[in-house]
Design a protein around this ligand. Sequence first.
Ligand SMILES: [Zn+2]
Length: 297
Amino acid sequence: MLKFLFAIILFLSIVMLNLFTAPKKQENTALYYGKKFEFSDIENKTQPTLSSQPKVTNHTKYIYLSFDDGPLNGSQNINAIAYKYRVPLNVMIVGEHVFMSKNQKRYFQDYIQNPFIEVGNHSYSHANNQYYSFYSKPKEVLSDFNKSTHLLALQNNFIRLPGRNVWAINNKTDNQYTETTEAVKLLSQNGYQVIGWDIEWRYNRKTKDPTCNAQEFFSQLKNHFESDKKLFTPNNMVVLLHDPMFRKDSTELENFIKLIQAHKEYVIVPLSRYPKLDLGYAKNTPPPKEEKRASRS
Ligand SMILES: [Zn+2]
């Protein structure tokens, strides 16, 4: 009897030991606004929520569609298209735009709830479009980004500078704007990953409409991949678009997505999938100012 009991205890001890010491499955999950998004799922086409994507090979080229300046009139179409085509899209939010109207607040909340959309930080004030004076005060630049991170409870650390195409990812930088150097350094020290863009689908500043159609822009993108033009990371192209471009009619954006999806070597992926991005949370962000949030909403 004693032997039997001893055997059971021994058996249970081994089971318990195994439970606690068994190596945990390596998580290869992007920080996707709390929406779990597996890299391997994109590549193996097993992610049921995404549209079917071409099988990833050595020739695969990755495309990231990032929309700046929302929430604005037009964001509702970006939300709808992400659902319709089941594609991952990135939006870079301007904090103060969230509090400008009920609609804009709703668009922002729709972005947060949309499983296909990753929400990044494009500053709180958008520098009030006074870029030189904004970047001359690095501490204020940092607190401007921190303000959005906190007020909007943003869950990742990737940001885009207002008005300046600058990259600073995990010790690798590309910055032709000396006025931003100190601010970028400070942002990086505080855990932010600064993401620029490789190509822009331009728009008319007055009408906000795109300056060329989907087919023309797709040709530009293809040429960019095929030529020796420099990409921040080879085979990875971050595309800049703006929320208001498709506010009246989203057909051209839909056509563009269809063109990409029909091209067997191209795959649309979220920015959290970008190579060597140091994903995480921003550090030391100050507590949100509740009274400000209340007065602006
Ligand atoms: Zn902007």
